[in-house]
Design a protein around this ligand. Structure first.
Ligand code: NAD
Ligand code: LMR
Length: 328
């Protein structure tokens, strides 16, 4: 057994939380030799439901599960956390304006960022899932001035996996034959799944699939997949999101296979013309557990326009949050 991990999961009684916790307890998240302490952070109205999930988690009788706590107080929930996965968010409901949604979520992610700053472990890493994930991560990071900004990420591995799956379906090859796909921008309809540098069975992807598909239906299918799943199953993706969370964690801890990269949204350092401070999806590799942006990729006019369109949406979200006085 190695060192223990304290995981804080917000929204732990929700759909994603319910599915994720059992994979954590079985060792899929941190490996089969790492004991885990789970802190479930919930909205006060769902604390009772979270206590029920905690009972079930105990009943899984995993030797890796050290203990489970439930709280509605972020300062208790994040105390000593090594990893925080922020799933709980205010969903958009009928009649809600975009600014209302951003304001409601800033009211969640601002105080959570401040609590992380004050009480989490020195090595805290934060992964935001709750939408709008990129901007929620930016807000949390802005409220945690003592935590290096690059420790805050938003999940775009789900979009990356969706891109791999569409390519495998199109070519009849395995996902394992595909590398160097990138998802740029926002985890939203404007995202840009990019095949310009991708390899399929060691061949340039654009020599294997036709360009018209790569620049049209492929992008549309991947970017609209979240909405298509909501329309089909009446709720947003759960199991595939949990798989992507686990992939993101594995790749960060163990590293991305040599010659490949993954996608994650992290604070921009100005790379590829993305304004500093925005949380944007980039091609990344893990270096000593830090997500570093892959540098030097050529960006042609098509890619430039697609990246700029998604970044423009991130700028709009940032400006709206700033105008509400919610970004410090
Ligand atoms: P859900 O409604 O089943 O669960 C959300 C949970 O969050 C609820 O239990 C709720 O009580 C809790 N919550 C609300 N406010 C909270 C707060 N202030 N503190 C702690 N918990 C709070 O939703 P879900 O299916 O689990 O999805 C959660 C979020 O993940 C949504 O915003 C969804 O859009 C997003 N999502 C993101 C991705 C991605 O790839 N980034 C993929 C799928 C879903
Ligand atoms: C997804 O990509 O499946 C979700 O982010 C969609 C959503 O709006 O919850």
């Amino acid at each position: 057994m190695r060192q223990t991990v304290t995981l804080t999961l917000s929204g732990a009684a929700g759909q994603i939380g319910y599915a994720l916790l059992f994979r954590v307890a079985s060792g899929e998240m941190f490996g089969p030799h790492t004991p885990v302490r789970v802190r479930m952070l919930e909205h006060p109205r769902a604390v009772a439901a979270a206590a029920g999930v905690a009972m079930e988690l105990q009943d899984a009788a995993s030797p890796l599960l050290l203990d489970v706590d439930v709280t509605a107080d972020p300062r208790i929930g994040f105390d000593g956390a090594n990893i925080a996965i922020l799933v709980g968010a205010r969903p958009r409901t009928a009649g809600m304006e975009r600014s209302d949604l951003l304001e409601a979520n800033a009211g969640i992610f601002g105080p959570q960022g401040a609590a992380i700053n004050d009480v989490a472990a020195q090595d805290i890493r934060v992964l935001v899932i709750g939408n709008p994930a990129n901007t929620n991560a930016m807000i949390a990071a802005a409220h945690a001035p003592d935590v290096p900004g690059e420790r805050f990420t938003a999940l775009t591995r789900l979009d990356h996996n969706r891109a791999l799956a569409q390519l495998a379906l199109r070519t009849g090859l395995s996902v394992g034959d595909i590398s160097r796909v990138t998802v740029w921008g926002n985890h939203s309809r404007t995202q840009y799944p990019d095949l310009r540098h991708a390899l399929i069975a060691d061949m340039p992807a654009l020599e294997v699939v036709d360009r018209a598909w790569a620049e049209g239906p492929f992008i549309d299918t991947v970017a609209a997949r979240g909405g298509a799943i909501i329309a089909a199953r009446g709720g947003s993706s759960v199991a595939s999101t949990v798989s992507a969370i686990i992939d993101h964690g594995h790749l960060r801890r163990r590293g991305v296979p040599e010659g490949d990269w993954t996608s994650a949204a992290r604070i921009s350092d100005g790379s590829y013309g993305v304004p500093e401070g925005l949380v944007c999806s980039f091609p990344v590799i893990s270096v000593d557990g830090r997500w570093e942006i892959v540098q030097g990729l050529e960006i042609d006019a098509f890619s430039r326009a697609r990246i700029d369109a998604s970044v423009a949406e991130l700028i709009d979200e940032r400006d709206a949050v700033r105008a509400l006085g919610l970004l410090r």
